[in-house]
Design a binder for this molecule. Structure first.
Ligand code: ANZ
Ligand code: ZN
Length: 803
């Protein structure tokens, strides 16, 4: 037979699929739909990484299977192309970022096309295309109109090297996520998006979607909903009071001191009365240099200064308590002040031990002089007057009631989530379509002027004062106010990289629409995305941002579903052969092009699915790649072993049904590796039998097609099965036929197993008996003895008693 030559086969089928528009999502809205989505890549200069094909192949498998199951499938691809690396490369090499993007996209696209994905390339989108970002700007203006985009002077995370403001999400361990340089706080006027207004919905609606647990948990933790109370502590001898936020109002009797954040306004307010003001200012300056992460780290040694000259009164017991400042209390959370309960909070306990402050037990159950007792489920309240004897959860309610009656406290919900810093002082992003007028303030540009295009500039360097390079473009900058016509200036900040990806799944639905980001009809049909797979690293950024935008659009009546994604799964990383992250410096980077070149795209696809459990990270193995290629070779050579005859042979009928069932189920559950293992086992059985029927081979090709799409399509054609494999129907299994009809039973003589024999499950005793006594070992055991009794327990055991 002809040898398996992936090079020619793969090119051939990629060409056919393209001319036949094989994977175009149809417009027949009467058909059931399936929208499969993978995170579109940032087209970097490095090209495709072997990590990319893992999720893309996984959902390609699902998409191909769904088409064969009769669904109208949308599986699109595009480019998330705004952003810093392109801009930095452009600056360094004096090439326009537009040009850099074009090159990178062309490269990425050809690399992806070489892998034979069933993307509908007619719907390709690019976030840097003005026809695309017109709608990113349009949605921004809607947010602005509704008061969800606002400008605020605020301390932002400032990367000293990128010279750009960063969202909290972009700061990792106090360093810039992109360049790993130090991040400092800088006060700057920034555009903000009020994602916090959706905090509750973003948590609650997780109940309505099918996301893997770790995604739900991590979104919930990030949003950080916390229920507690605000309580006012009067300052001793003054009218003023200090408000704290606590999740443990039940422990109020145990509050032995207070701690305020070094940035707390009370410090400057009482400047004159504070006896050690200099020491406090010194401490505050030191704290300003630390990141929130460093400040709140649990293990770090506690520091602080006692505020001399002012004290507070614990409202529960009327006792006078000291006020301290410490950096572990953040100004950006709660009220920036806490009541410290060292007996029941670890950080307070360490602080109290260090500064020798009193520790008073108010929940019994531990030895609070030895360690904070933080359990809230078991202990009962003590040393707490009217709370004594109560359980924690009841004491919380009671205390909030009491505080309410006294008018000094009430229930309060807080979130860790912060509003989204939405401005960047960089060039390569969507211009914010607003004009600032001295009379009218910020005014949106008229919709007819969208898209507001990025002007051509000479240089893209951010300015030293941190303004965007657009600030130098006087022609572009100066424009009449859209409202009053007086001279005004355009906003020069651009949007962050997360803007374009916050709604891209909507544009795929209707990518060329010029009247709307997508038509209502198309949205109603295609939304929600049925299955979205992406990286865990995007859980708290992109995934949350896009859910927020979608919810906003839903509230404006612009989309028809509350949630954008019905299902979310996540894949593990692919590591180098040494088990470490692939990187240039480690010299362990595998280039997918090389694998395609040497082994073929089908081998790469098969290998990436066989490499290990989809949700876990897995180390690359060149031996593993070769093994997958051998497997494909074995399938290829089966064409020489074809026999005519029934659909499935008698010997392998059960195995065929089992394999269809196994592969069908495993694909749905992202168990690609075990699905492939099942097909390997089937192929082994064909080799053992030395033959394969046309029907068996046909089924194997269909099952294997989502994985090794080109080779199976070629074999399908060679075998004259008719039509195209991609247009065929996914095989069904017969549940009854997945069960073995024969079974092994043990034969015992006087309680000792003498042999095992194979019988039909429903076989009658008479015929089983014949097989039992045909056994040589049974014959030997009963020889010359009297058979007293024979009992057959159907399908399990045959007992013989002899004397
Ligand atoms: C008294 C108390 C007693 C507390 C106790 C805890 C245990 P979450 O769950 O994260 O919301 N806190 C409040 N504001 C803070 C701030 N700005 N910086 C640092 N810590 C702050 O935690 C809320 C708890 O963290 C609050 O409840 C407060 O300490 C502290 F046995 O108040 B607690
Ligand atoms: Zn004006």
């Amino acid at each position: 037979s002809v040898t398996y030559n992936p090079k020619t086969i793969e090119k051939k089928w990629q060409g056919i699929w393209e001319t036949e528009k094989a994977f175009r999502a149809g417009d027949d809205y009467s058909k059931p739909k399936f929208y499969a989505l993978v995170e579109f890549p940032y087209p970097s200069g490095q090209g495709l990484h072997v990590g990319h094909p893992r999720p893309y192949t996984a959902l390609d498998i699902i998409a191909r299977k769904r088409r064969m199951q009769g669904y109208n499938v949308l599986y699109p691809m595009g480019w998330d192309a705004f952003g810093l690396p392109t801009e930095n490369y452009a600056i360094k090499n004096h090439i326009h970022p537009k040009e850099v993007t074009k090159r990178n996209v062309a490269n990425f696209k050809s690399q992806l096309q070489n892998l034979g994905y069933s993307f509908d390339w007619d719907r390709e989108i690019n976030t840097t295309d003005p026809n695309y970002y017109k709608w990113t700007q349009w949605i921004f203006l809607k947010l602005f109109e509704k008061g969800l985009a606002y400008k605020s002077e605020m301390p932002i995370n400032w990367c000293t090297s990128c010279k750009v403001g960063l969202a909290n999400e972009e700061v990792v361990n106090g360093k810039c996520e992109r360049c790993n340089s130090e991040v400092v706080h800088k006060v700057k006027s920034q555009w903000m998006l009020k994602i916090t207004e959706y905090a509750d919905k973003l948590i609650n609606d997780l109940d309505e979607v099918d996301y893997i647990d770790r995604v739900k948990v991590s979104q919930k933790n990030w949003i950080g909903r916390s229920e507690g109370a605000e309580v006012d502590f009067k300052l001793a001898g003054r009218e003023d009071s200090l408000r704290v936020y606590t999740t443990r109002p039940d422990t109020l009797f145990g509050a032995t001191y207070m701690v305020i954040s070094p940035e707390h306004p009370m410090i400057d307010k009482y400047k004159e009365e504070i006896n050690n003001f200099d020491a406090i200012v010194e401490y505050r300056d030191l704290a300003a240099k630390k990141s929130d992460f460093e400040r709140t780290e649990l293990v770090k040694e506690k520091t602080g200064v006692c505020v001399k000259g002012i004290t507070a009164i614990n409202p529960a017991n009327g006792k006078e308590i000291p006020i301290w400042i410490s950096d572990y209390v953040l100004m950006t959370y709660g009220t920036g002040a806490i009541m410290a309960v060292p007996a029941h909070d670890e950080r307070d306990w360490e602080f109290a031990k260090k500064f020798d402050l009193p520790i008073i037990e108010v929940v019994a159950g531990g030895d609070v002089q030895e360690a904070a007792f933080t359990d809230t489920a078991t202990g009962k309240l003590v040393n707490s007057d009217f709370l004594n004897g109560m359980e924690v959860k009841d004491a919380k309610v009671k205390m909030i009631e009491w505080l309410g009656e006294k008018g000094i406290g009430k229930k309060k919900v807080n979130f860790k989530l912060r509003d989204w810093v939405f401005s960047r002082q960089r060039y390569w992003g969507e211009p914010i379509p607003l004009v600032h007028c001295d009379c009218c303030g910020y005014v949106p540009i008229p919709e007819s002027e969208l898209p507001l295009q990025l002007p051509e500039v000479e240089t893209y360097e951010p300015t030293d004062n941190g303004e965007s390079p657009l600030a130098h473009m006087t022609d572009w900058l100066n424009t009449p106010c859209p409202k009053c016509g007086k001279p005004a200036k355009r906003e020069t900040d651009t949007m962050p990289q997360w803007a374009g990806s916050s709604w891209y799944f909507l544009r795929y639905i209707d990518p060329t629409n010029t009247e709307a980001f997508a038509s209502k009809e198309a949205l109603d049909y295609w939304m929600p995305v049925d299955w979205y797979n992406g990286g865990m690293e995007h859980t708290t950024l992109h995934l949350l941002y896009s859910r927020f935008w979608h919810k906003f659009l839903y509230d404006q009546g612009l989309v028809s579903t509350k949630e954008p994604y019905q299902k979310r799964t996540s894949h593990g990383m692919i590591l180098g052969e040494n088990g470490e992250k692939m990187s240039k410096s480690r010299g362990n980077v595998v280039n997918p092009d090389d694998i395609v070149d040497e082994f073929g795209a089908d081998t790469l696809r098969t290998y990436e699915m066989f490499i290990g459990a989809f949700e876990l990270s897995a180390a690359w193995s060149q031996e593993g790649v070769k093994g997958c290629r051998r497997f494909l070779d074995r399938i290829w050579k089966l064409q020489d072993m074809i026999v005519d005859g029934e659909e499935y042979s008698k010997e392998l009928e059960t195995k065929m049904h089992q394999t269809i069932k196994k592969v069908s189920g495993d694909f749905e559950n992202l168990k690609f590796n075990t699905a492939i293992a099942a097909m390997m086992s089937l192929v082994n059985d064909f080799y053992k039998a030395g033959k394969v029927t046309r029907g068996e081979f046909k089924t194997l090709l269909i099952l294997m097609n989502p994985v090794a799409s080109h080779m199976t399509e070629e074999l399908w054609e060679m075998m004259n099965y008719g039509g195209r494999l991609y247009e065929t129907t996914w095989p069904k299994w017969d549940e009854e036929k997945t069960v073995e009809s024969t079974i092994e039973i043990a034969v015992q003589v006087n309680g000792k197993v003498k042999d095992t024999i194979t019988v039909e499950k429903e076989e009658e005793q008479d015929s089983v008996k014949e097989k039992v006594f045909a056994s040589d070992s049974v014959k030997a055991a009963v020889e010359g003895k009297n058979i007293v009794k024979e009992i057959y327990v159907k399908g399990r055991i045959y007992n013989i008693v002899v004397k």
